[in-house]
Ligand binder design. Sequence first.
Ligand SMILES: NC(=O)c1ccc[n+]([C@@H]2O[C@H](COP(=O)([O-])OP(=O)(O)OC[C@H]3O[C@@H](n4cnc5c(N)ncnc54)[C@H](O)[C@@H]3O)[C@@H](O)[C@H]2O)c1
Length: 270
Amino acid sequence: MSNNLLKGKRGIIFGALDSKSIAWKVAEHCKVQGAEFVLTNAPIAMRMGTINELAEKTNSTIIPADATSVEDIYNLITKSMEILGGKIDFILHSIGMSVNVRKGRHYTDQNYDFTVKGLDVSAMSFHKVMQSAWKLEAMNDYGSILALSYIAAQRTFPDYNDMADNKSFLESIARSFGYHFGKRNKVRVNTISQSPTITTAGSGVKGFDGFFKYAEQISPLGNASADDCAKYCVSLFSDLTQSVTMQNLFHDGGFSNTGVSEEVLENFLK
Ligand SMILES: NC(=O)c1ccc[n+]([C@@H]2O[C@H](COP(=O)([O-])OP(=O)(O)OC[C@H]3O[C@@H](n4cnc5c(N)ncnc54)[C@H](O)[C@@H]3O)[C@@H](O)[C@H]2O)c1
């Protein structure tokens, strides 16, 4: 159902790889709500994923960009403003990758070249995107910038490995840049801390299936779906949330504030 919440708004959406990606759902919902946007992903993801289908479906242009390359980001933002016909109203950063996780390196046995690469892709890229938009004066006043995070930034989930540290850094960048963007342009910057979600990045974490079920049983509303996450993103890109900034917003069915549920407890009473 469309309420035209994003009518007339121009955006850039990072991170749609395939139809399971959270960014894919966000693009679909933004389109329904009347937005126009450019889709972007790393050049290698263009070959692995199915982003072309999404571009066709949402009538949008794809501009490849490695989110760790400031040169690529400058090109992306400059071209996006040309294609969309003006400054940008919203940006979604939906990017995460740990080389240590991918290569099966334990948290206590990191390869630091891998650690630095993962930090650059998963967190510093958020700063690079915002600094580029800042210097290019690319954001419209009252715009909105979002990144996706996970509760491992606050609490330890051992198999989440160095991604926990990357998410802490990501959330801190949102607060720090949010101050400056707020002062200069009334632009808000937030992170959404999403439930475990079955996607390529999510399923790459060891023990994901068990943890997905555990979170489902703990959360009073169950795990928040990618579709619901997309709707939450729409609300944060819309004009209905203009005073929300520098926050890490839990979108997790109540997981973060639940100690234990009856269902989980029952397993220990047998
Ligand atoms: N799936 C979950 O359980 C879950 C939970 C909470 C938060 N998140 C976060 O949501 C975001 C999106 O992940 P997802 O679950 O939709 O998985 P996904 O695998 O569909 O998306 C991750 C994206 O990051 C992109 N990417 C990787 N390296 C890049 C680079 N150098 N430049 C540009 N893009 C690059 C990938 O191509 C991919 O599109 C991530 O930040 C992830 O950490 C996911």
